[in-house]
Write a protein that binds this ligand. Structure first.
Ligand SMILES: [Zn+2]
Length: 414
C-alpha cells in the first residue's frame, strides 16, 4: 500500500516534469523562426539560432536524465537493494551509528557512480558542443575527489550528531535535532567562503584600477563596506558567467566570475554588483534561510511521527527500523511528495530578484546598465529567450530575461 502510494507519486512527478519539458521544447521550436521582437535590436539571428538549439539540446538531455533517475529509483526500491545493503552493513558488527554512516556513504557513492556518465556527457559533450566547456579531464577528477572528501567530512559529524539526538534527547528529540541541523548549516555557511570554496577556486580581491574605483564609489554611495569583493577563476571550468553573494557576518563577500568581468563593461559590472548588494540590503539570503528552516522543521516533525512505523520500512525493503533507514526513505520521498510546491519557493525567489533589480534602478541609478548587462550575459550564456510560461513558472528561480527587461524599463521611466 505504502509502496504503491510512493510509486504513484513518483510516477506523477515524472510525468509532470516530462510534460513540462516537452511543452517547453515545443514552445521554443514554435518561436525559432525569428528573433522575438523584444530582442530584435540586440540579438542577431546567428546567436538566436544557437540559443534555440542549445536550449533544445539541454531540454532533451534533461528529459533523458529525468527518465533514467526515475528508473533508477524504481529499481532501487523494487529490487530490495536497500534491504540487502542494510543487512550487509549489519554484518560489519560496527556501532549502530557507524553502520548508519556506512550505509548512507555507500548509497550516496552508488548514486554518484550511476550518474557519472550523465555528468560526463553534460560537461564534455553538450557544453563542449557550444564552446562552454573549459574543464580538463584532470580537473574533473580532482573536483570529484575533493567533492567526495568534503562530503564525507561534512556528513560524518552531521549524521553522528543527528543520530545522537534521535537516541538520547527524549520525547522532543526532533526539536533539538532541528536546532542542531540549523546551527550546523549556519557554521557551514560561515566556513564555506573561507575553507570550502577556496579548495575549488582561486579568489582574488578586485585589483586596483578604474573598475575598483567605480566599485568603491558605488559602495560608498550605497553605504557598504567594500572589503569583500572577489573575482573568482570560473573560467577554468566553464565560459558561463555569474555573480553571487556568500557567507555571513564578517565573512560576507560578493563573488564575480572572471568571465563576468571580462565580458561586461565597467558600468555593467557595477550594475550587477549593485544587484547583489540589493539582495544583501533587503536580507534576501536570511529570508530564504528562514523559509527553508520552516520546511526542515516540518521534515523533522514527519520523521518523528514515522520513526517507529514498521510498515514504512518494509515498503522500502528494510528489515528493521533504523535512523539511516528513515533518512533514506525521507530523501526518496521528498521529491515526489513536494514537487508541486516548487513554484512557491521559486515564486518567492523571483520576487527577490525583482526587488534587487528595483534597488539597482532606484538606489544605484544603474537600471540602463543592468538592462544591457543582462542582455550581454544572456547572449554569452545562450539563455533561452522564449521559455514556455508554465515551464518558467515552475522551474525558474529568476524572472525570464524579457520579464526583467520590462520591469527595468518601467522602473527607469517611473
Ligand atoms: Zn539576484
Amino acid at each position: 500500500m505504502i509502496r504503491t502510494l510512493f510509486f504513484t507519486f513518483l510516477f506523477l512527478e515524472t510525468i509532470y516534469e516530462l510534460c513540462l519539458t516537452l511543452l517547453n521544447i515545443r514552445h521554443v521550436k514554435q518561436h525559432a523562426k525569428e528573433v522575438p521582437p523584444l530582442f530584435r535590436k540586440t540579438i542577431d539571428e546567428d546567436t538566436y539560432r544557437k540559443t534555440v538549439s542549445y536550449t533544445i539540446d539541454k531540454n532533451r538531455f534533461s528529459l533523458i536524465s529525468q527518465l533514467l533517475s526515475t528508473v533508477f529509483i524504481l529499481v532501487l526500491v523494487a529490487s530490495g537493494f536497500l534491504g540487502i545493503l542494510d543487512e550487509w552493513v549489519q554484518f560489519t558488527g560496527w556501532h549502530l551509528y557507524l553502520q548508519g554512516i556506512l550505509f548512507l556513504v555507500l548509497l550516496s557513492l552508488l548514486v554518484r557512480i550511476v550518474s557519472l556518465p550523465l555528468t560526463l556527457y553534460q560537461q564534455f559533450v553538450l557544453e563542449e558542443r557550444y564552446g562552454f566547456n573549459r574543464m580538463t579531464g584532470k580537473l574533473f577528477l580532482s573536483d570529484l575527489g575533493k567533492g567526495l572528501v568534503v562530503q564525507l567530512i561534512l556528513m560524518t559529524p552531521l549524521l553522528l550528531g543527528l543520530f545522537w539526538f534521535m537516541d538520547e534527547a527524549g520525547r522532543y528529540w526532533w526539536i533539538w535535532a532541528f536546532l542542531f541541523v540549523t546551527l550546523f548549516q549556519l557554521v557551514v555557511t560561515l566556513l564555506y567562503p573561507l575553507v570550502i570554496a577556496p579548495l575549488f577556486n582561486k579568489f582574488t580581491p578586485l585589483s586596483e584600477g578604474s573598475l575598483k574605483e567605480k566599485v568603491l564609489a558605488l559602495a560608498e554611495k550605497l553605504g557598504f563596506q567594500t572589503r569583500g569583493i572577489f573575482v573568482m577563476d570560473g573560467s577554468k571550468r566553464s565560459r558561463h558567467s555569474n555573480a553571487y553573494f556568500t557567507g555571513l557576518g564578517k565573512v560576507k563577500r560578493i563573488v564575480l566570475f572572471d568571465t563576468l568581468t571580462q565580458t561586461l563593461s565597467e558600468e555593467e559590472t557595477c550594475s550587477v554588483l549593485a544587484h547583489e548588494l540589493g539582495h544583501e540590503k533587503q536580507k534576501h539570503i536570511l529570508k530564504m534561510f528562514l523559509v527553508s528552516s520552516v520546511f526542515l522543521f516540518f521534515g523533522f516533525l514527519i520523521v518523528d511521527a514515522l520513526l517507529l512505523y514498521e510498515p514504512l520500512y518494509r515498503a522500502f525493503t528494510f528489515q528493521r527500523p533504523s535512523y539511516h533507514g528513515i533518512l533514506t526513505i525521507l530523501s526518496l520521498c521528498v521529491g515526489p511528495f513536494t514537487f508541486f510546491l516548487n513554484p512557491l519557493i521559486n515564486g518567492l525567489s523571483r520576487r527577490f530578484e525583482y526587488q534587487a533589480d528595483r534597488f539597482v534602478v532606484e538606489r544605484a541609478g544603474l537600471g540602463e546598465a543592468l538592462a544591457s548587462a543582462l542582455l550581454t550575459l544572456s547572449k554569452e550564456n545562450l539563455t533561452n529567450l522564449t521559455p514556455h510560461p508554465w515551464y518558467s513558472f515552475y522551474h525558474y528561480s529568476h524572472p525570464t530575461l524579457g520579464e526583467r527587461l520590462q520591469a527595468l524599463r518601467k522602473g527607469t521611466v517611473a
